[in-house]
Design a protein around this ligand. Structure first.
Ligand code: AMP
Ligand code: ZN
Length: 465
């Protein structure tokens, strides 16, 4: 398997720590709002990565966190607490907000056929681990206490700039102009490991610590959960490109300070989903959710298909026009597959040939569009019988997860089915009354909605085109 590693800025051969096994960590969402389809692009990429690795024979152990504490609007140490902001917006407690949006996230994952990682843990439930790590960092002088807070001293970290490729000079002005410099820091780039609350600050989630009542910084949660559940060495760590700095940079610094050696071998980042204004982001508002797309008549898997059409390392611009193109080709693909019969004997040699091709597209830095091309080649191969084709479709769908073999009629939601049946009834009525103009009008209107009617001896049926 070849995969791009942000650490080396090169496509590298994947060499696991333990043969046949991959330990993978993925940053989860901050649950103060619905995840948007941009976030979901990253989770689709990570899902395909896991399934691709499994397809080529690895046993993958994957961990994901749910951020319910410590994430400030700046992604650094200033700005508002995202969770508190969400709670205030909805007049609920932080715990209620976290619970509600975590469930909503799981539902979105299910709709998009994203497999739940083996271990998903809430950041707020592992405070002891963070305290243990911070104590060690203080003891080894990677960290220091200043005015009650605990900070990480970035000058102590080896290769602090390796992942982001930034230079130290840039980092000196890392603190934005419009933000008052935190005078408690030894270096402007230092970051908070533990925020100690002054008695005037109001924070719903807070815990006792050796440094006073407070809460952990955002980055320590991922280091803590990864070390707790995957041990002191990781194969792969993923996220979106916005996580490279500061989040992943700081994760490396504190984790390596804690474990005392190189921590993670491969860093894989998915590019953004952009809209016309640029990066889609929760804090900017105007976000698109999967529920919204469903209300607008898109099967969530159309969005998955849309994402698979482009490489995870390329920015993807979302427009309804391009989503419609994806919708059309996805529907046509399903239709072609639904016409496959059970005829023929399975041609083992052909199965192996195509599986090898599919495997190569996975091994080529997760080339999802090549995976789709191989799928189309199978379906269009005139020398292949239907049974063999179906077998391959089923096999590829283990990675693609596009419900390729699920009957169309099941995939149409109940309301839409009722609507189509009602239209068919009206058209039959019109035909009975010899009102052919009305009958044709109904047929044409449905056609505009990609619903094609077919008159058969048994009655009128339909297919989605
Ligand atoms: P957050 O909830 O902000 O921590 O984001 C959850 C995940 O979504 C992170 O891995 C981010 O890198 C990723 N992400 C955020 N915005 C986008 C976007 N517009 N396109 C793709 N991924 C994104
Ligand atoms: Zn993280």
């Amino acid at each position: 398997m070849n995969i791009y590693n942000t650490l080396s800025k090169k496509v590298e051969k994947l060499i696991p720590i333990e043969e046949g096994k991959i330990k993978m960590y993925t940053c989860g969402p901050t649950v103060y709002n619905y995840v948007h389809i941009g976030n979901l692009r990253t989770y689709i990429f990570e899902d395909i990565l896991q399934k691709g690795l499994e397809y080529i024979g690895y046993d993958v152990k994957r961990v994901m966190n749910i951020t319910d504490v410590g994430h400030l609007t700046s992604d650094a140490d200033y700005g508002e607490d995202k969770m508190a902001k969400g709670a205030e917006r909805e007049g609920k407690t932080v715990y209620e907000i976290a619970d509600f949006y975590t469930k909503a996230f799981f539902e979105d994952m299910k709709k998009l056929n994203i497999k739940k990682p083996e271990i998903i843990e809430k950041a707020s439930e592992h405070i002891d681990m963070y305290i243990k790590m911070i104590e060690k960092m203080l003891q080894d002088e990677y960290a220091y206490i200043s005015n009650g807070n605990v900070y990480f001293d970035v000058t102590k970290a080896k290769n602090y700039y390796e992942l982001s490729g930034r230079n130290p000079e840039e980092m000196k002005v890392a603190v934005r102009d419009d933000v008052e410099e935190d005078k408690n820091k030894r270096n402007p780039g230092d970051f908070v490991l533990w925020f100690t609350l002054s008695k005037f600050q109001n924070q719903a989630m807070k815990w006792d610590s050796p440094w006073g009542v407070g809460y952990p910084g955002w980055h320590i949660e991922c280091s803590g959960l990864a070390c707790l559940y995957l041990g002191d060495r990781l194969d792969i760590h993923c996220g979106g490109v916005d996580n490279i700095f500061p989040h992943h940079t700081n994760e490396i610094a504190q984790s390596e300070a804690y474990v005392g050696h190189k921590w993670c071998n491969y860093w894989c980042h998915g590019e953004f989903l952009n809209d016309k204004q640029g990066k889609m982001s929760k804090s900017k508002g105007g976000i698109l959710t999967i529920n919204r797309l469903t209300e607008e008549g898109y099967d969530p898997l159309v969005y998955r298909y849309f994402c698979l059409g482009s490489h995870y390392r390329k920015p993807l611009v979302f427009t309804y026009e391009s989503l419609d193109i994806a919708k059309n080709s996805y529907q046509k693909l399903l239709q072609k597959i639904s016409r496959l019969t059970e005829e023929g004997e399975i041609a083992q040699k052909e199965i192996e040939k195509y599986q090898e091709k599919f495997k190569q597209s996975i091994e080529d830095d997760l080339n999802t569009s090549m995976m789709l091309t191989t799928l189309y080649e199978v379906i269009n191969d005139k020398n292949l019988n239907d049974k063999t084709k179906k077998e391959l479709v089923k096999n590829f769908d283990k990675v693609l997860s596009l419900d390729l073999l699920i009957e169309k009629s099941i995939k149409i939601d109940k309301d839409k089915l009722e609507y189509i049946n009602q239209k068919i009834k009206e058209r039959n009525e019109a035909k009975k009354n010899k009102d052919y103009i009305l009958a044709d009008k109904i047929r044409d209107e449905l056609l505009k909605e990609n619903i094609k009617l077919k008159d058969t001896r048994e009655g009128t049926t339909f297919e989605l085109i």
